[in-house]
Design a protein around this ligand. Structure first.
Ligand SMILES: O=C1C[C@@H](O)[C@H](O)[C@@H](O)C1=O
Length: 278
């Protein structure tokens, strides 16, 4: 018989990558660029359209309704400055973010428009481990992160949320953390550009980690537009198809030195839509 019908991938961008964090602007930008979702930032209390408040959540829901651009997931980039391995403030940030997600999911469940509800119910949050928050090559910090995640994961599990670790670790270390925490709520947030830059075999890692361990993917090229660098995105597409990856592909960075982030994202969106969403 016929092979099973394949759904096109959903493509979005993160709000920080286009320098429009915590605002409605990113949704209008995505709509103009034909992107379907925004990975929305979660930051310190009171900064921008902070999802901690009902008023801001209502505003963003209304923006999603008018633009038809979904909240693909959330991301806490500020963890790069407030490291999860070494600060209690970081644990509080993740906890606040989960509270906001729980409220968004509850509020969405009351909407009669089920398609809209799905677009305003983020389940995945990216936890960033870069710069001074990097834990690569630092077993003590890895152990500290495991301890913290063991406290956070039960809440995520109870509410169907996923904590996605975006790190500079290779597959072996990522597996060690995930297995040590021992919760299905802790997964890898895979970034093609970061892992390629580290020299990892990104194709082997994606295939081996699979959907069981990868919750979401950043499609990123280092200092080049998507498709202009060394990463073979057609190969990535085949791998994601083969593992029946159901999630979002989020465009991040991928801007050559003299190109503005917005211009680069427009070009990257055209490339990603052509390849992954023909
Ligand atoms: O996805 C990411 C999150 C950012 O916080 C980080 O700085 C960046 O390198 C990245 O890849």
């Amino acid at each position: 018989g016929d092979p099973p019908a394949t759904k096109p991938f959903r493509i979005g961008t993160c709000d920080w990558s286009i320098k429009m964090p915590l605002s409605a602007d990113s949704f209008y930008f995505a709509k103009e660029t034909r992107l379907m979702g925004i990975q929305y930032s979660f930051g310190k209390p009171g900064v921008g359209l902070d999802l901690r408040t009902r008023e801001n959540r209502d505003t963003i829901r209304e923006v999603v309704r008018t633009t038809d651009v979904a909240i693909a997931s959330l991301g806490i980039g500020i963890l790069n400055q407030i490291p999860l391995a070494t600060t209690e403030e970081a644990e509080q940030l993740v906890s606040d973010c989960m509270d906001a997600m729980i409220k968004m999911n509850e509020e969405a469940s009351q909407l009669t428009d089920r398609e809209l509800a799905a677009k305003v119910s983020p389940k995945i949050v990216l936890l960033a481990f870069f710069g001074k928050a990097d834990i690569n090559g630092n077993p003590e910090r890895m152990e500290a992160v495991i301890k913290t995640l063991k406290r956070l994961a039960p809440v995520a599990e109870e509410h169907g949320l996923i904590l996605g670790l975006e790190t500079l670790l290779d597959e072996t270390d990522l597996r060690y953390i995930i297995e040590s925490v021992g919760s299905p709520a802790v997964k890898v947030y895979y970034d093609t550009g970061n892992s390629a830059r580290m020299g990892y075999d990104i194709y082997a890692e994606i295939q081996s980690l699979g959907c069981e361990s990868i919750c979401e993917v950043h499609i990123k090229e280092n200092d080049e537009l998507l498709g202009d660098g060394t990463i073979d995105f057609s190969r990535i597409k085949s791998l994601l198809r083969a593992m029946q990856y159901p999630g979002w592909l989020i465009i991040e960075g991928s801007a050559p030195k003299k190109t503005s982030r917005t211009e680069a994202t427009q070009k990257n969106a055209a490339y990603a839509l052509g390849l992954f969403h023909p």
